[in-house]
Design a binder for this molecule. Structure first.
Ligand SMILES: [Zn+2]
Length: 497
C-alpha cells in the first residue's frame, strides 16, 4: 500500500502553530489529529462520535456520489472549532440545526466553526451535505476509492472513509452506522451489518444497511455494482449475506467455494475466540483489480485475485479472525497492529492444522528457518513496526511466530484461555500490545516482558525460540514447507490486511 508518512506530521505541526485560542472564554479549536504518532493528522480532537447516519445517492456511470451525513457526537472539551476528515465537496454544514462556517485545510481536514462555541460534554448533531467524484480525489497522492466497470468500492486501511463520508477517522472513535444508498435499478449497494430494507422509485433502488455495534471508521465499507447476493444462516443462528460481482468470470466458482463457507468458518473460529461478537456475517467480492482483502466489519472485502488460483478458505479465516482481533477489539494506536495481524495470521495456522496441512508449530518452524539471521525480515519489530512497515509481511509472519512463542512459553491451557478471553476483556473497545501482555501474564501467572521484548521489539532474529525444538536453532537445513504454506504465502503476495 502506498503512503507518505512525512507529510501528515508536517501538516499537523503546521496546524498546531495556527491553533490560536478563538476567544477569551477558554474555547479553543479541537486538535486536527487524535494523537496517533504514526499518523498525526488522522482523527481529530475535541469530540467523540456515537453514530453516523449516511444518506447517499451514487451513480455508477459517472462515479458521482452525493449525500447527507448526520453525526451524533459529544464534545470532550470547550470548542470554538473542530475538524472532520473528508475529501469531497461540501455545500453546507449545520451544527445543532444552525448553519456553520466550514473550510478545507491540509490533506483531508474539514474545519467546522459553529455559530456559537460549544461547551464541554455537549451532545451535538452535525449535518454535512456533500457531493463529488470519489475516484478523482487524492490525499498524500493516493485514493482508496476503487472504480470498477460497474461502480465503485471504498475499502482500505488505515484510510478509506475520506472518500465517502466525513468522520473522525481513527479506530479510537468507534460508532454505530446507518448507511442508506440509492443506486440505479440493476445495481446493488453493499455495506456493513444487516440489510434493513430496500425500496424502489423512479428507476432507483435504495438499500438501507445498519451496523448496530461500535465500528471503527476504516471498517466501514461501501460497494456499488452488479452483485449476486446470497443469504443464509450459520449453525449458531447468525444471518449471513454474501455478495459476488456478476463479472467475476473464471474466479466466480473459487470465490463462492471460499466466501460461501463464511458461516462455517466463523463458527469454527468461535471455538477459539469466543462467541461471534456481531449479529451479521458475510463477505463481498467486487470486480476490482486491487489485490488485497480487508476485515470490513461483519462483511469482509475480498479482491477476486485472492481466488485466482483456486479456492482460498485461508484468506476467509484471516479476515473473519479479524472480526474478533481487530474489529471487536481494535488497536488503540496504529503501532498496535500486531494485535490484528499476528493473530489473524495465527488463525490461518490453526486452520492449516484443522485441514491437516501442517501444524502451527510446523509453520512456525518453517517461517523461522526460512529467514536467515541477516534477512531484513528480522529488522521489522512487529510490536512497533513504524508506519512504513505497518503491513510488512514480517508483521504477519514474525507476528504469528511471536504468538507461537507465547503458546510454547505458557502452555496450551493458558494460551487458549488467553486467546478466548482477550476479546471480551476489551469488548467493542480498543487496546494496546502492553494491555495484551498484562492480560497474558495475569492468565498464565508468568512474567512475559522478556518474551515479548525478544519476539516483538528487537530488530534481530531471536537466537533460540522459547520453543521445544532444538532443530530449528541448529545447523541450517533446507526448510520443508508445510502443505498449507503455498496458500498462506499467496494470500500475502496479493496483500491481505
Ligand atoms: Zn489482516
Amino acid at each position: 500500500m502506498q503512503r507518505t508518512v512525512l507529510t501528515p506530521g508536517a501538516l499537523a505541526a503546521a496546524s498546531v502553530l495556527l491553533a490560536i485560542p478563538a476567544s477569551a472564554a477558554g474555547f479553543s479549536p479541537g486538535a486536527p489529529g487524535i494523537g496517533d504518532p504514526y499518523y498525526p493528522a488522522y482523527g481529530n480532537g475535541g469530540y467523540d462520535v456515537s453514530h453516523y447516519d449516511l444518506r447517499l445517492k451514487y451513480q455508477p456511470a459517472t462515479d458521482e456520489l452525493e449525500g447527507t451525513a448526520t453525526l451524533l457526537a459529544t464534545t470532550t472539551q470547550e470548542l470554538s472549532r473542530f475538524d472532520l476528515d473528508f475529501l469531497l465537496d461540501v455545500s453546507e454544514v449545520r451544527v445543532d440545526g444552525v448553519k456553520a462556517a466550514f473550510a478545507s485545510s491540509g490533506e483531508h481536514e474539514l474545519e467546522i466553526t459553529p455559530k456559537t462555541a460549544l461547551p464541554k460534554g455537549a451532545a451535538i448533531t452535525v449535518v454535512v451535505r456533500y457531493r463529488g467524484v470519489p475516484s478523482s480525489k487524492q490525499a498524500y497522492g493516493f485514493t482508496s476509492w476503487h472504480r470498477t466497470p460497474d461502480g465503485g468500492v471504498g475499502a482500505n486501511e488505515p484510510e478509506s472513509a475520506w472518500w465517502w463520508f466525513p468522520s473522525n477517522d481513527h479506530p479510537l472513535d468507534k460508532a454505530t452506522y446507518d448507511v442508506s444508498v440509492q443506486v440505479p435499478d440493476g445495481a446493488q449497494a453493499v455495506s456493513n451489518g444487516t440489510l434493513q430494507s430496500t425500496s424502489s422509485r423512479a428507476g432507483w433502488t435504495r438499500y438501507n444497511w445498519r451496523s448496530n455495534k461500535p465500528q471503527a471508521t476504516y471498517l466501514a465499507t461501501l460497494a456499488v455494482g452488479r452483485f449476486d447476493i446470497t443469504t443464509g444462516t450459520t449453525e449458531s443462528g447468525i444471518p449471513v449475506v454474501n455478495a459476488y460481482s456478476t463479472a467475476l468470470g473464471d474466479n466466480a466458482g473459487a470465490a463462492r467455494a471460499s466466501v460461501g463457507r463464511t458461516g462455517e468458518i466463523a463458527d469454527w473460529l468461535s471455538g477459539y475466540f469466543g462467541p461471534y461478537p456481531f449479529d451479521a456475517l458475510g463477505g463481498y467480492v467486487p470486480n476490482t483489480t486491487t489485490g488485497y482483502a480487508l476485515e470490513t466489519q461483519t462483511r469482509p472485502y475480498y479482491s477476486p485475485r485472492q481466488f485466482a488460483s483456486g479456492s482460498n478458505t485461508s484468506v476467509v479465516v484471516h479476515e473473519l479472525a479479524h472480526q474478533w482481533y481487530g474489529d471487536f477489539v481494535s488497536v488503540a494506536g496504529w503501532k498496535d497492529i500486531w494485535l490484528n495481524e499476528g493473530f489473524a495470521r495465527y488463525a490461518q495456522w490453526l486452520w492449516s492444522e484443522h485441514e491437516d496441512e501442517g501444524t502451527a508449530q510446523e509453520l512456525a518452524d518453517y517461517v523461522y528457518a526460512s529467514h536467515p539471521a541477516d534477512d531484513a525480515f528480522w529488522t521489522v519489530e512487529p510490536g512497533d513496526p513504524g508506519p512504513e512497515n505497518q503491513f510488512d509481511v514480517a508483521v504477519y509472519d514474525r507476528g504469528a511466530l511471536a504468538v507461537q512463542a507465547l503458546r510454547n512459553e505458557i502452555g496450551d491451557d493458558a494460551f487458549f484461555a488467553v486467546l478466548k478471553g482477550w476479546p471480551r476483556q476489551h469488548a467493542y473497545g480498543n487496546a494496546t500490545v502492553a494491555d495484551f501482555r498484562h492480560y497474558a501474564e495475569q492468565v498464565s501467572g508468568k512474567r512475559l516482558d522478556a518474551l515479548f521484548d525478544t519476539w516483538l521489539f528487537q530488530p534481530v532474529k531471536p537466537g533460540a525460540p522459547a520453543a521445544r525444538t532444538a532443530s530449528i536453532a541448529g545447523p541450517a537445513a533446507a526448510p520443508v514447507a508445510p502443505k498449507s504454506w503455498k496458500r498462506i504465502a499467496a494470500t500475502n503476495a496479493v496483500h491481505a490486511h
